[in-house]
Design a protein around this ligand. Structure first.
Ligand code: ATP
Ligand code: MG
Length: 732
């Protein structure tokens, strides 16, 4: 029982309280997860419980693995027990019992891509307007329904008979039929069907109730309704359910997590014992107090205050950078300074709000030769959408680049399958020409399916057009034109889900990359630019080993801890994110996220913001985050000025245009589309004699204008023929 000596009296009480419902409600770093781990060890070692009878549920696979490791290190041997995420626990139940619901034993699990493909067929069969009714639209409603345990009929009954509801109902019903026919379940079905098994078959439920005499759930505040039902049913018999959580750390409401599950635990289990842990073992007193000064601004929370026996420690460092490059430079420099011999790079974490922010840090760390790794995501230049669009740009520079073409030939989907690609490649090889040359041959293309041939024709046209005109265009014009002209952006917009939104954010952030170079060199050519980013993408210090600075989003850092934590981008519109300004409760959820981020730090916490930021290709003055303004100023060191600097109190763009809500990637998206559209109409709008300006060539006068070519005489004496429809001309 030695290991129990490490626990404080409350933790010990919780670990030893094994019979009956138990709620451990406590703030960050108070040892909730450790207590749970000790409790498992105690059950096995001291109470002689067979690990077979224990179920522990965690939020992520990584957390499950960590818990398993910790238990094993306590009891000194391998354990064969269910320490799993919700999804994997349900999958195990269903592998055994899905036949009850009419599935075959070897049912398949549909991932989001499969789901979309299935739904696409349904939309087609229903003859719906696929602009208005996208697969993503239906899928997101269906997912919501499944989380609330509503089948199609119940959905209809709940939301009434208006025409739109009826259409959703039909799509939902067909989707269910199709999945069933294919012997398939989607991710939401895993939970839903496990609960259905329990509801329909008493024997099956009893089997698991008997098996799982002791059940534990970590991060309980982030469970949704169906997860809650799953656990509640399992625990009904023995009632030895221990849930662990912190209402202040509920950060998944946008995915249906319901904070009430934790607040109402005592109602569900009237004789539940509640243990509160109040000592924080993770952070210095200053970090803890600063985090508390933020979270206490949330309304409707259970007040709880943590204490620590640790020293105050250093104050929270705050740096107001000039711009995002300066910010990243500061962070890399601090890491360089602080990295003593006895520290590892993995003692440092940079936790950002959105994935698109990682780019500047990756660059700054590489420049200083500091190894880093991106956890729970890819480094910027490895992200699919970034690679895709870079491939398009490579093709514009050189259409004979077969590798680039192969990457995007069916991206967005153009109905060109792998077999077709093989055939086309074989043909190109026989003819001894590039794949692009083959695609330019109308005879070849017309032999393909209608969809594929149309797709290829329009792709070839766009690439040729920009390829020919590249010397007359800025890199940013080419980029915008490709995003819109290839249909890439549109395909993402139609997906209309969070993953697609994040991809759009990354693509808009690529505008910042271009802007960075164009700012210094107005004549920047496409080949120059491609050369520079090839270097950037290659020369980096990405290091998968354990000894590397950790970059990740605050969301994925839940439950983890690091001696040194950097939270960058503390600006209104970035953190709190711009979405928080549009949604009720949005701000409170962001504040909880801020609390999660701050409480990851053990020794030192660094906050940064940039007074001017180029994000999504747009440069703006920023306003310091509301969270900074809320923080207790005594705890902050550095140029913590807040009021001191004469700086825009309102978000204001450089062109003096001021707006209520901060700039966001979708503003940029609108702007890009508008620009491309305007240019497309330019052939008709310009007339002989018009005074115009061109971003590369300056002022000039239109000599000739047709719907194909606009001929302009520029002030430097040159006369240029520009392609109407893509030339970046504006009337002067
Ligand atoms: P979070 O809310 O972030 O998930 P938590 O409440 O689960 O935090 P843990 O991760 O379990 O907290 O513990 C935080 C840190 O405190 C860990 O490093 C852990 O080893 C340490 N710790 C927990 N309890 C004790 C204790 N009684 N004595 C010393 N250290 C402890
Ligand atoms: Mg924890």
């Amino acid at each position: 029982m030695d290991y129990l000596d490490n626990l404080n009296p409350q933790q010990r009480e919780a670990a030893l309280y094994t019979e009956g419902p138990l709620l451990i409600l406590a703030g960050a770093g108070s040892g909730k997860t450790s207590t749970m781990t000790h409790r498992i060890a105690y059950l096995i070692e001291e109470k002689g419980v067979n690990p077979y009878h224990i179920l522990a549920v965690t939020f992520t696979n990584k957390a499950a693995q960590e818990m398993r490791d910790r238990v094993e290190s306590l009891i000194g041997s391998g354990v064969n027990m269910w320490i799993l995420t919700f999804h994997s626990a349900c999958l195990r139940v269903l592998r055994k019992h899905a036949q009850l619901l009419g599935y075959k034993k070897d049912f398949v699990v549909y991932d989001p891509t499969d789901q979309k493909a299935a739904m696409k067929n349904i939309v087609k069969e229903m003859n719906l307007d696929d602009k208005r009714y996208t697969p993503a639209y239906f899928l997101s409603i269906i997912s919501d329904c499944k989380e609330k345990e509503l089948d199609p009929k119940q959905y209809l009954a709940t939301y009434g008979e208006d025409p739109k509801t009826k259409i959703v109902y039909q799509a939902y019903r067909s989707y269910e039929t199709l999945l069933k026919k294919n012997n398939a379940m989607d991710f939401d079905d895993l939970l839903l069907n496990a609960v259905r098994v329990f509801k329909q078959d008493e024997a099956a439920l009893l089997e698991y109730q008997n098996r799982f005499q002791y059940i534990m759930v970590d991060e309980y505040q982030d469970t949704n309704f169906i997860q809650y039902t799953f656990i509640k049913m399992l625990a009904e018999k023995h009632k030895n359910l221990c849930v662990v959580g912190d209402d202040d750390q509920c950060i998944y409401q946008w995915r249906g997590a319901d904070i009430r599950n934790i607040l109402e635990f005592e109602k569900d289990f009237p004789n539940a014992k509640v243990v509160k842990l109040e000592q924080n073992y993770r952070s210095t007193a200053n970090i803890l107090a600063a985090a508390h000064s933020v979270i206490e601004k949330n309304r409707g929370r259970k007040e709880k205050k943590l204490w620590t026996s640790k020293a105050d420690g250093q104050k929270i460092a705050y740096y107001r950078a000039d711009d995002e490059r300066d910010e990243a430079h500061y962070v890399a420099q601090q890491i360089d300074h602080l990295k003593r011999k006895d520290l590892r790079y993995s003692d440092f974490a940079i936790l950002y709000r959105t994935n698109a922010q990682s780019r500047t840090f990756e660059e700054a760390l590489s420049r200083r030769d500091i190894p880093y790794r991106v956890l729970g995501g890819l480094r910027y230049y490895d992200r699919k959408e970034v690679k895709d669009i870079v491939s398009y740009m490579r093709l514009v520079q050189n259409p004979d680049d077969d590798l680039a073409l192969l990457r995007i030939i069916n991206e967005p989907k153009r109905g060109i399958g792998a077999r077709t690609v093989d055939k086309l490649q074989a043909l190109a090889r026989v003819r001894g020409e590039s794949l692009f040359d083959t695609l330019m041959d109308e005879e070849v293309v017309s032999g393909l399916s209608a969809k594929a041939s149309a797709g290829i024709r329009s792709m070839v046209e766009v690439i040729q057009q920009y390829s020919k005109e590249q010397s007359n265009l800025r890199v940013s014009d080419i980029y915008d034109g490709l995003l819109v002209g290839t249909g890439y952006l549109k395909a993402l917009e139609e997906q209309n889900n969070l993953e697609a939104e994040s991809r759009i954010e990354n693509l808009m952030e690529f505008k910042s990359v271009i802007y960075d170079y164009e700012k210094d060199d107005e004549q920047l050519s496409l080949p120059d630019f491609m050369e520079r980013i090839a270097l950037l993408a290659e020369v980096d210090n990405h290091d998968e080993s354990e000894n590397a600075v950790v970059l990740m989003t605050m969301h994925s850092a839940k439950g983890l801890e690091f001696p040194f934590v950097f939270l960058p981008g503390l600006e209104d519109g970035l953190f709190p994110g711009w979405r928080a300004f549009e949604k009720e409760d949005g701000l409170e959820e962001e504040r909880r996220l801020c609390y999660v981020g701050m409480t990851r730090a053990r020794e030192r916490l660094f906050l940064t913001s940039a007074s001017m930021r180029t994000l999504y290709g747009k440069t703006d003055y920023t306003r310091e985050s509301q969270f900074l303004r809320e923080m207790d100023k005594h705890l902050i060191d550095g140029d913590a000025i807040f009021e001191k600097k004469k700086e825009a109190r309102n978000s204001r763009s450089l062109d003096g245009y001021s707006r209520e809500t901060p700039f966001n990637p979708f503003d940029q998206l609108k702007y890009v589309k508008q620009q491309v559209r305007q240019r497309a109409a330019s052939g008709e709008t310009f007339q002989v004699g018009d005074d115009v300006t061109h971003p590369k060539f300056g002022r000039g006068t239109v000599l000739k204008a047709s719907d194909k070519i606009i001929e302009v005489s520029f002030r430097d004496g040159s006369v240029k023929k520009l392609a109407a429809g893509i030339a970046p001309l504006t009337r002067y």
